[in-house]
Design a protein around this ligand. Structure first.
Ligand SMILES: Nc1nc2c(ncn2[C@@H]2O[C@H](COP(=O)(O)OP(=O)(O)OP(=O)(O)O)[C@@H](O)[C@H]2O)c(=O)[nH]1
Ligand SMILES: [Mg+2]
Length: 462
């Protein structure tokens, strides 16, 4: 697999295609150094015969016709102790889109092939520099939009999850040896299985996997963010509350009821945890077609929300209209009653309601910080615990499916032992499947097809 996948030399722009201080063209493969030599000139316009390993060299890149493109810093990193495990060259030029593209074109004209998305990381995996979970971790780092998701991703890259999976695999390998002994020495078979050791180990491992699977719910929070919808009748200050939580004037606020008609969605992080804040149209009977559609959309959004902030205008008290909306919303277990406009003097007070409640002023910002804490409490989210757990959180659906498959096989083994029907051959079969599934997580199975699927989600140059 290794040779035929990594024969040629690949190149790509590794920095974003926009104007910036520097742009980097990266080359990986056997020809990396010889390509650099062809296009690099020293300050005195001479070709450079040798490049010191891992040392930045100042010079000029010129195309095949000798036309100079840009002043650059170039570095040659000798394999196999590089990211891809191959020789790597990086050319750091000025960060104009045209310049960087022209350098890439020159590199390609000298024999490199344009890399596919994720191909550098794919090579790192194929050459054994990282396992599959770590490779996916790189993508997660690039995608991370909150402190927590970054921490989880870094842990994936560091291999914390991989070592956990490997340690489970190790235990199962030992068990397999044990069971195979039972197959080879049938007269002792019942003895070995009946000692209870196999069953005990299987149960222990199954519990470990269950625990990992339980972290997937937290993983969902990291991937998708917690959905918080702000609801209430028109003009109570929903958009003002969104702005206060965002700390910017994102949504239009006016004293005209029915200002917000389309859903507004923004992401913030509270205590490092990603939150998707959704401002909705004020709910009321309306003849206006646009507003009516907005209200229908609002009702849809409210069904999906993890938390609903139900806003009332405290200065007007808890009105009949508020009660109607409250009756509609109250089935959501995570409802927080927000008594807004505290600065104007409020008629409704939290102490009169059973629901989780907080009195705020979206206008002055009073108690907005306290609201963030109330949200965390309501979700039973303790940022400290989440950050600690981040060591081995499952965020990927691929990992989750494979762990579930492993668990199912272990449960089959347990059931077989309990019913005393199956012979050790069957146990070994289930165990093999469990090992395969675990192996697939870290990439220790023949998975050439799967590689393309995974790495194609990467950006080019990674
Ligand atoms: N005094 C005071 N006024 C507020 C407060 N919050 C909002 N307002 C005012 O209330 C009016 C309505 O605010 P919005 O935020 O647009 O209300 P909304 O609930 O989004 O209204 P719709 O989009 O029409 O449903 C505006 O004039 C705001 O300035 C507050 O805490 N105190
Ligand atoms: Mg609004």
């Amino acid at each position: 697999m290794k040779d035929h996948l990594c024969e040629d030399t690949i190149a790509a722009i590794s920095t974003p295609l926009s104007k910036g201080a520097i742009g980097i063209v990266r080359i990986s493969g056997k020809e990396a150094l010889s390509i650099l030599k062809k296009i690099f000139r020293t300050k005195s316009r001479k070709q450079k015969e040798s490049f010191e390993n891992r040392k930045m060299t100042y010079g000029i890149i010129a195309d095949k016709n000798g036309e100079e493109i840009d002043e650059v810093l170039a570095v040659y990193m000798k394999g196999p102790k590089t990211f891809t495990g191959e020789d790597i060259v990086e050319i750091h030029s000025h960060g104009g889109i045209y310049v960087v593209r022209k350098i890439l074109r020159t590199v390609l004209s000298c024999g490199a092939r344009l890399a596919e998305p994720g191909e550098f990381t794919k090579r790192a995996f194929i050459n054994g520099r990282i396992d599959l979970v770590q490779a996916e971790g790189i993508n997660e780092i690039i995608d991370a939009e909150s402190e927590l998701s970054l921490k989880v991703a870094v842990n994936h890259l560091k291999g914390t999850l991989s070592s956990k999976i490997e340690s489970i695999r190790d235990k199962l390998f030992h068990l397999k040896a044990f069971i195979e002994a039972a197959v080879d020495f049938p007269e002792e078979e019942i003895e070995i299985i009946k000692t209870g050791k196999v069953k005990e180990e299987i149960e222990k491992t199954a519990r470990e996997i269950e625990k990992l699977l339980e972290t997937y719910e937290d993983g969902r929070i990291i991937r998708e963010g917690i959905k918080i919808a702000i609801a209430g009748r028109p003009n109570v200050g929903k958009s003002s509350l969104l702005n206060a939580l965002l700390k910017e004037e994102r949504a239009i606020v006016t004293d005209i009821p029915g200002t917000t008609r389309d859903i507004i969605e923004e992401t913030i992080t509270l205590k490092g945890i990603p939150i998707r804040l959704i401002d909705t149209a004020g709910i009321r009977e309306s003849k206006d077609t646009v507003e009516k559609i907005g209200i229908e959309k609002t009702k849809e959004k409210l069904k999906e929300a993890d938390i609903i902030l139900f806003v009332i205008d405290g200065s007007a008290g808890f009105t009949e209209k508020d009660r109607e909306i409250y009756n509609y919303l109250k089935n959501n277990p995570n409802l927080i009653l927000i008594i807004n406009k505290k600065d104007q003097g409020i008629k409704a007070q939290c102490k009169d309601y059973k629901a989780t409640c907080i009195e705020v002023s979206a206008k002055t910002g009073e108690n907005i910080e306290k609201l963030s804490e109330t949200i965390m409490k309501k979700l039973l989210l303790e940022p400290e615990t989440l950050f600690k757990e981040a060591e081995t959180i499952i965020t990927s659906e691929r990992h989750k499916n494979l762990l579930e498959k492993t668990l199912k096989n272990l449960q089959n083994i347990k059931a077989s032992i309990d019913s005393e029907i199956e012979s050790p051959e069957f146990l070994a079969l289930d165990l093999d499947e469990a090992l395969d599934a675990l192996g697939e997580i870290v990439g220790k199975k023949s998975i050439e097809d799967m590689l393309d699927i995974i790495f194609s989600t990467f950006c080019i140059g990674k």
